[in-house]
Ligand binder design. Structure first.
Ligand code: GTP
Ligand code: SPV
Ligand code: MN
Length: 596
């Protein structure tokens, strides 16, 4: 051991897991560059990682074709009572799930090294930071965690003798028999994958997958599922939100937190470069926000992460130059295509496809091949500090005060470009009824419309009805200091399937309108679904957008909205009596306004 952990519970837990999983070795991660370099060198030698000639200190990994995204069907929230997990979560009783998983964990690290990764979610020393310890048998996970969180000896030092931490146990579930040769991406078959959360004990057990949110347990498992349950108990918020600072031409700063489902534009909006003159934007976080009411009664947000695990396909110098700059070096790339000159490529990178490449499955690829070169959920893992748009305040221990909340999703029809909530309760209704077409970020059908309340459907660690109630209670506590709430949809399409709205940097035009609304500088039209800008209220200068597009983007189609009502009713009915009455009132209000 490179260092001695003074936390008794931690030492005992590591010993207990080692006894259960039978690794060949135990390695306590110190978080140093030397450690990262050594692990990468070992993975290169083993054929699991490919060093990229064109990107300094960057490596390509190809996952097993079955292990390419989060697995919501295999994700469990285990609470003492099933009702406390609620209708949106998979539930198995605590002892039953533990029994099943203990059988899987038995001897599962044979032939491998057990790595102990002490990590902090949030800047070390921030009053909002929390410590977790991940045990894993995947060196790929160690390297990713080193980018995505703050790890190592300094975290163990910050963890006092009796301090609490969140134990996060992870195994890829692929022990090696003596003499057995390893594969580049070991993992377990789908029916043995379990991503489990025991919220009563703040405990995470993950088995069988090495990919993203299934394996980097600080992210969705801890910072959203476990943290959302903690946040409700303790009166704060853990949300699936990017955090952005927008600076107006007058120099006024606005802090915006926006919740969109997976692969629906958080990273892109977080790194936005405003298309309108005089406005500036800085990135604070791209995926998760932890928020707490400060001494002045306002809501303060920190980004608990230290890196970006961003969707690669579609990222280009035109759409997101800041992300392209961020992943130029010191980056891990997963399931991208490899070019002949030692770089990576993906669909929508904004450069011509190479004449020849090796696709994410390791096969020869050329333009016109039947399958895409990169997997649609291919990702880059890069340090946040490398983002040229990162705010100098991104690690501010107390966070930044939020002025605006945005909800949204991917809807090709019906939902306008932007709507402002009538008040807080209506804003909670907009969040609770958010809907989106599914994406490749989860294994399952893509393009299927579903309700994804607050973009938290896969990430809420308790009964979603209680989560809605928590939002109402936070609003009551915040009173007139509560952020204003908006709903956006960047993804409207024409009947021919063309985007109606250019998106990306041009989304700043919508954000600017929100800021003007906050200042009371611009009128809005009241409609049954909320306040909307008039067609001339958005700054569209320099944008070559056909007037019929903006007309369609800001049109409230009463018939189409009436047709949404039965689906919202069904969605709410799932929660039975537990649904807050204030949401029921909102639904009646909407129905009356639409029918009135
Ligand atoms: P996760 O990391 O899975 O949580 O996704 P995310 O919410 O961070 O989504 P991201 O910003 O990575 O965008 C996902 C996909 O949507 C990419 O292919 C983007 O190119 C595309 N996208 C993002 N913003 C826009 C937009 O404003 N308009 C359009 N048309 N596409 C967008
Ligand atoms: C998401 O799916 O929302 C992601 C990717 O950010 S993962 O980390 O795999 O959850
Ligand atoms: Mn993202």
């Amino acid at each position: 051991m490179a260092y001695e952990a003074k936390n008794r519970k931690l030492r005992e837990w590591v010993e207990e897991v080692a006894t259960l999983c039978h690794p060949d070795e135990v390695h306590w991660c110190d978080g140093s560059k030397a450690e990262y370099d050594l692990l990468m060198a070992q993975m290169v030698a083993a054929g699991a990682a490919i060093p990229l000639e064109k990107r300094r200190n960057s490596f390509l990994f190809r996952s097993d074709p079955s292990d390419v995204a989060r697995v919501e069907d295999r994700t469990y929230i285990s609470t003492p009572n099933e009702e406390d997990a609620g209708p949106t979560n998979n539930w198995v009783a605590e002892d039953e799930l533990k029994r099943t998983m203990l059988n899987l964990y038995e001897g599962c690290m044979r032939g491998r090294t057990l790595y102990v990764i002490p990590f902090s979610m949030g800047p070390l020393g921030s009053p909002m930071a929390k410590i977790g310890v991940e045990i894993t048998d995947s060196p790929y996970v160690v390297c990713n965690m080193q980018i995505m969180t703050r790890i190592g000896e300094k975290v163990v030092e910050a963890l006092g003798e009796d301090d609490e931490f969140v134990p996060c146990l992870h195994s890829i579930g692929a022990p090696l028999e003596p003499g057995e040769e390893d594969v580049p991406w070991p993992c377990a078959p789908m029916e043995k994958k379990y991503i489990s959360h025991f919220t009563r004990e703040n405990l995470i057990w993950s088995f069988g997958s090495g990919y993203g949110g299934n394996a980097l347990l600080g992210k969705k498992c801890f910072a959203l599922r476990i943290a959302s349950a903690m946040a409700r108990r303790e009166g704060w918020m853990a949300e699936h939100m990017l955090i952005l600072r927008l600076i107006s031409p007058k120099g006024r700063r606005y802090h915006i937190a926006a919740a969109f489902p997976s692969a629906c534009g958080k990273t892109n909006l977080a790194m936005l470069q405003p298309a309108i003159p005089g406005w500036k934007a800085e990135c604070i976080g791209d995926d998760i926000a932890w928020m707490k009411i400060g001494p002045d009664g306002r809501l303060y947000a920190i980004n608990p992460e230290a890196g970006f695990f961003g969707v690669a396909p579609g990222t280009s110098y035109q759409s997101n130059p800041m992300a392209m700059e961020t992943c130029k070096e010191n980056t891990i790339l997963t399931n991208c295509a490899l070019t002949d000159d030692g770089d990576i490529w993906w669909e929508g990178m904004g450069v011509p496809a190479p004449a020849h490449a090796i696709d994410w499955k390791g096969r020869d690829w050329s333009p016109g091949s039947a399958e895409p070169a990169a997997h649609p959920n291919a990702r880059f893992t890069a340090p946040a500090a490398q983002c040229p748009a990162i705010s100098s305040d991104w690690e501010k221990p107390d966070g930044v005060p939020i002025d605006i909340f945005i909800f949204g999703g991917r809807r090709s029809g019906v939902v306008p470009l932007v709507t402002e909530a009538l008040d807080w309760d209506h804003g909670v209704f907009l969040g609770a009824t958010a809907s989106s077409e599914t994406t490749a970020a989860n294994i399952g059908e893509v393009g299927k419309l579903r309700r994804d309340p607050f973009a938290m459907q896969p990430f809420c660690g308790y009964n979603m009805a209680d989560y809605f109630q928590h939002w109402f209670e936070m609003g009551d506590r915040l009173g007139d200091k509560a952020p204003r709430i908006f709903y956006v949809n960047w993804f409207r399409k024409t009947a021919e399937g063309e985007w109606l709205w250019p998106g990306y940097g041009d989304n700043s035009r919508v954000l600017a309108w929100m800021c003007e609304r906050v200042e009371g500088e611009v009128e809005a039209g009241e409609t049954p679904i909320g306040y909307l800008p008039g067609e001339s209220d958005l700054d569209l200068g320099g944008l070559d957008l056909p007037p019929e597009n903006i007309h369609e983007l800001l049109r409230v189609d009463i018939e189409a909205w009436r047709a949404e009502l039965p689906d919202i009713e069904q969605h709410f009915a799932r929660f039975g009596e537990r649904l807050p009455a204030r949401l029921r009132d909102q639904l009646s209000g909407l129905r009356e306004r639409l029918e009135g």
